[in-house]
Design a binder for this molecule. Structure first.
Ligand code: PGA
Length: 255
């Protein structure tokens, strides 16, 4: 039985004060909700402060990116071993904002996936099509290509204990979420795509939806059989909205 995962992606937002205050509020609201994993990914600057603020809570720590190198002359980068060292567990890779603004390739993202697995961290692999690709009927082709970069280099077993976040680019930060039926169709395609290689791995795989998830639309999305929680941007910056999304995931998946 898969547990849903609701993860907050704070993106380039926050401060010491905000990190402490938001985590204090989340701890309060989320601690009594069972049956749903919860994680937050603050900017890497604030990971250590977040770790201290989270001490003893059930909220896991995550990060928004990782480098393809483990150490050495790579100015400005952060490695998988460093993330592990400060207590991060869930690491977002391949977010569309990084694919777009930092020209990250499928191959580089697959390298990050492998490094995270070796370090004992959980990759949260973001995939999804742009609006133009969606309109051209290329959603499945794009998602398959982005998954295949990992499948073909590391095999289906690499997805054991990993997470995929399906985030249609046109839905991110736009207020225009995919409909539950639209998202479910793609999630089912993703699970089937992996099942063709290994049915057991596909069955346990957490496939989150991301893109304008909020406290209003979460329950309907989570009612879909292949939607296992969400990667939440904007709404993860508000304790009440994020907690409501966690509650909706726990309720949908545990009756
Ligand atoms: P959003 O972002 O919830 O603000 O649309 C989601 C994401 O980019 O992970």
């Amino acid at each position: 039985m898969r547990h849903p995962l609701v993860m907050g992606n704070w993106k380039l937002n926050g401060s010491v004060k905000m990190t402490n205050e938001l985590i204090a509020a989340l701890r309060n609201e989320v601690s009594s909700i069972n049956g749903c994993e919860v994680a937050i990914a603050p900017p890497v600057m604030y990971l250590d402060i977040a770790k201290r603020a989270l001490g003893g809570s059930r909220i896991a720590l995550g990060a928004q990116n990782v480098d393809t190198n483990l150490s050495g002359a790579f100015t400005g980068e952060i490695s998988a071993t460093m993330l592990k060292d400060v207590g991060a567990q869930y690491i977002i890779i391949g977010h569309s904002e990084r694919r777009t603004y930092h020209s990250e390739s499928d191959a580089a993202i697959a390298e990050k996936f492998a490094l995270l697995k070796t370090a004992g961290l959980i990759p949260v692999l973001c995939i999804g099509e742009t609006e133009a690709e969606n309109e051209a009927g290329k959603t499945e082709e794009v998602c398959a290509r982005q998954i295949d970069a990992v499948l073909k280099t590391q095999g289906a077993a690499a997805f054991n204990g990993a997470v995929i976040a399906y985030e249609p680019v046109w839905a991110i930060g736009t207020g225009k979420s995919a409909t539950p039926a639209q998202a479910q169709a793609v999630h089912k395609f993703i699970r089937n795509h992996i099942a063709k290689q290994d049915a057991a791995v596909a069955e346990q795989l957490i496939i989150q939806y991301g893109g304008s998830v909020n406290d209003k639309n979460a329950a309907e999305l989570f009612a879909q059989p292949d939607i296992d929680g969400a990667l939440v941007g904007g709404a993860s910056l508000k304790a009440d909205a994020f907690s409501a999304i966690v509650k909706a995931a726990a309720a949908a998946k545990n009756g």
